[in-house]
Design a protein around this ligand. Structure first.
Ligand code: IMP
Ligand code: MG
Length: 183
């Protein structure tokens, strides 16, 4: 469906409508809360910047005692879709010793980012590290990593919206769209 953002017409097809995302995030909230049956405190670690919209919606559906923190990871440069070296900025993390950590990211693509971050969080002394991703691309994974919670499996397309960007744009769209840079 073509859609206007600002004055810029875009060639974008809706892959997951906003309402479907909201319904799935509701379910994920229940699944995740059920996976912490003792109602123990959970430390959320969101991967900037793509996690932001998913994180904001999900935490308001999690009936658990929560702390929220963020980690910076950058592996994609400019508009390329090739992963470069992964840089982790962990300055914003609290002391994770003995904590049950729930890592939150927008998308599992090659798996390099989230597996590196999970390793780092374990090395920082957390008691458990689980991961929730909104999206998982079929046929792209290069590193073995199984997320504990996953919103949607999607085809191998470049997607934007609901936190995901193309050159830092389109994160605010309420739906997930397939982005075509050559309309
Ligand atoms: P991975 O390390 O290859 O799994 O890459 C994960 C990161 O790449 C995600 O957190 C996103 O920031 C980015 N990424 C991967 N695929 C897409 C996409 O289709 N659209 C936007 N960003 C993506
Ligand atoms: Mg990201």
């Amino acid at each position: 469906m073509p859609r206007e953002v600002g004055s810029q017409p875009m060639n974008m097809k809706v892959l997951i409508p906003a309402e479907a995302i909201q319904r799935r995030v509701d379910e994920l909230g229940r699944e995740i809360a059920a996976a912490y049956p003792n109602h123990q405190p959970v430390t959320i670690v969101g991967v900037l910047t793509g996690c932001l919209v998913f994180l904001a919606d999900l935490i308001r559906r999690l009936d658990l005692p929560l702390r929220i923190s963020l980690i910076q990871a950058s592996s994609y440069r400019g508009e390329t879709t090739q992963a470069g070296e992964l840089l982790l900025g962990a300055e914003m993390l609290p002391d994770l010793t003995g904590r049950d950590v729930l890592l939150i990211d927008d998308i599992l693509d090659t798996g390099r980012t989230i597996s590196k971050i999970a390793e780092r969080l374990k090395a920082l002394g957390s008691r458990s590290v689980r991961a929730a991703v909104l999206l998982r691309k079929r046929g792209r994974q290069e590193v073995p990593f199984e997320p504990d919670f996953c919103g949607f499996e999607i085809p191998n397309e470049f997607v934007v919206g609901y936190g995901l960007d193309y050159n830092d744009e389109y994160r605010h769209l309420p739906f997930i769209g397939i982005f075509n840079s050559t309309p």
